[in-house]
Design a protein around this ligand. Structure first.
Ligand code: GDP
Ligand code: MG
Length: 454
């Protein structure tokens, strides 16, 4: 029952969509387990760019897709993605958890009044926790739907009016009518996804769990309150998909070669200078869904080590390495200085987060190559990479104390070097084991064998 979870190790947008698409070649099933329409995953493959908010990135390869119970489903976005794929002959083979919660129009309104993403995700999770939510299964039954909406729609509309002065245009009956439309279109996909995934694992199928956002945005472990409304760490795959922790074999963390962040909140390694601007332009650091410019900075090793631990990451995929090309010297933060002391742990205290001074180590940079040149280098394999870049990659593994299993040099599938398969059990451990002591035990399920085909 080989299964792997792929999660972001930073503030999201690490390139999880690309890495999931890459490793989906080996998977039978790809599962989303948290987040909602606020997740934006990009896959560039087969000459096209796909942007997913609701569907797992395994969609491009035509894999069996599951949206687990931990997701808050935006029916409109989901149906639009289904329609888009169907129109290009890639109708998704989707199973939607009957236990997943539904984002309703007033959630988006509330989100728009409180925040900027307007995806309704925060309010939908808040209502779920307050037991005011509507599950997909409730949507399927007329009587229950009417009963549920009757309980919370008048209350929600009242809250919107009194707390925000917002006079909702839609009445309870309009919301009911909209829900009935969603029901008719979603019904063919709905089922018990936990049962399905557990059965598939029993049969030895390869299951890939796709995380959204990143560890530093996790509701519990991230930089509260500047994160997201769900748990984004690997453990959330269990609760958000309905599998026990012993059914997860491997955890793969995706780490961008530098750091980016969307929205407010502390960001110790942020670069508010030309270098930051250069990373933003060269790395095209603008939100997948919102187009908002992302804040950019140096790689934060303190956060990376923390992330590796709370996710129990077994191996790291490093993305966007080519973006650092031509910079001369490159920095990695290896500690925070605060109150005259050096901190190696990731602080929960916002005051420290805001005012700590990053301690950097410097690395020699490498040349700026064109996308075509990077693809040529990729085709030759890891050993053909510039030696400075190899040192940088190996240092990332060392800091996180886990091997690096994939390196990426562009958005396309081809701009990738895989150093390990994630599902096949070979005999050799993943190359690029970290050298720092104590060394994490090798043989954590990542094997060199033959690299994944991509
Ligand atoms: P996700 O949310 O983690 O899936 O990441 P996003 O899709 O929001 O943002 C990552 C962006 O970087 C996407 O546009 C990807 O196509 C792109 N990307 C992924 N890997 C690489 C890479 O190695 N180099 C470059 N230049 N872009 C990449
Ligand atoms: Mg994204």
């Amino acid at each position: 029952m080989p299964s792997a979870v792929i999660v972001g190790m930073q503030y999201g947008d690490e390139g999880k969509g690309k890495v999931v698409d890459y490793y989906a070649s080996e998977a039978d099933i790809v599962v989303r387990f948290q987040g909602g329409g606020n997740v934006g995953h990009t896959v560039m493959a087969e000459g096209q760019t796909f942007k997913f908010n609701m569907l797992p990135s395994g969609a491009v390869r035509g894999k069996k897709l599951v949206i687990g119970n931990g997701v808050v489903v935006d029916p409109e976005k989901l149906l639009a993605e289904i329609d888009m794929l169907t129109s290009i002959g890639k109708k998704p083979d989707l199973l939607l958890s009957e236990r997943a919660h539904v984002v309703l129009p007033f959630h988006k309104v509330q989100d728009g009044l409180e925040e900027t993403t307007k995806q309704g995700v925060g309010p939908a999770y808040a209502d779920k926790a307050a037991r005011f939510g509507l599950r997909v299964v409730d949507l399927m039954d007329d009587e229950i739907l009417r009963q549920r909406l009757g309980v919370f729609v008048p209350l929600k509309l009242k809250i919107l009016k009194e707390a925000y002065g917002f006079e909702a245009a839609s009445s309870e009956s309009e919301i009911m009518a909209r829900c009935v439309l969603y029901r008719e279109r979603l019904r063919p996909y709905v089922g018990d996804s936990a049962e399905f995934i557990n059965d598939a694992l029993d049969k030895g199928k390869n299951v890939l769990f796709e995380g959204g956002q990143g560890a530093l945005l996790d509701l519990d472990h991230g930089v509260y309150p500047f994160g997201t409304s769900s748990n984004t760490v690997s453990g959330a795959a269990c609760t958000g998909a309905g599998v026990g922790p012993r059914r997860i074999d491997k955890v793969l963390g995706v780490c961008k070669a530098y750091a980016t962040r969307v929205g407010d909140g502390p960001f110790p390694t942020e670069l508010k200078d030309e270098t930051g601007e250069r990373l933003r332009e060269k790395g095209r650091e603008f939100g997948t869904t919102t187009g908002r410019p992302r804040r950019c900075g140096w790689l934060d090793g303190v956060a990376l080590r923390y992330s590796a631990r709370i996710n129990s990451v077994d191996a790291i995929a490093v993305t966007k390495l080519e973006v650092l090309g031509g910079l001369g010297r490159i920095r990695i933060c290896v500690g925070y200085e605060y109150g005259g002391k050096v901190m190696r742990g990731f602080p929960s205290d916002l005051k420290i987060q805001y005012s700590c001074k990053p301690i950097y180590e410097e690395h020699e940079g490498w040349d700026d190559l064109s996308p075509g040149e990077w693809k040529e280098v990729c085709a030759k394999g890891y050993d053909a990479l510039p030696s400075q870049m190899k040192s940088y990659i190996e240092r990332i593994g060392e800091i996180a104390n886990v091997p690096v299993c994939l390196v990426s040099f562009g958005s396309e599938r081809e701009a990738t070097i895989s150093l390990a398969r994630i599902f096949d059990k070979g005999t050799e451990p993943c190359r690029l084991q970290p050298t720092e002591r104590p060394r994490r035990q090798a043989g954590n399920g990542f094997y060199l064998g033959q690299a994944a085909s991509g």
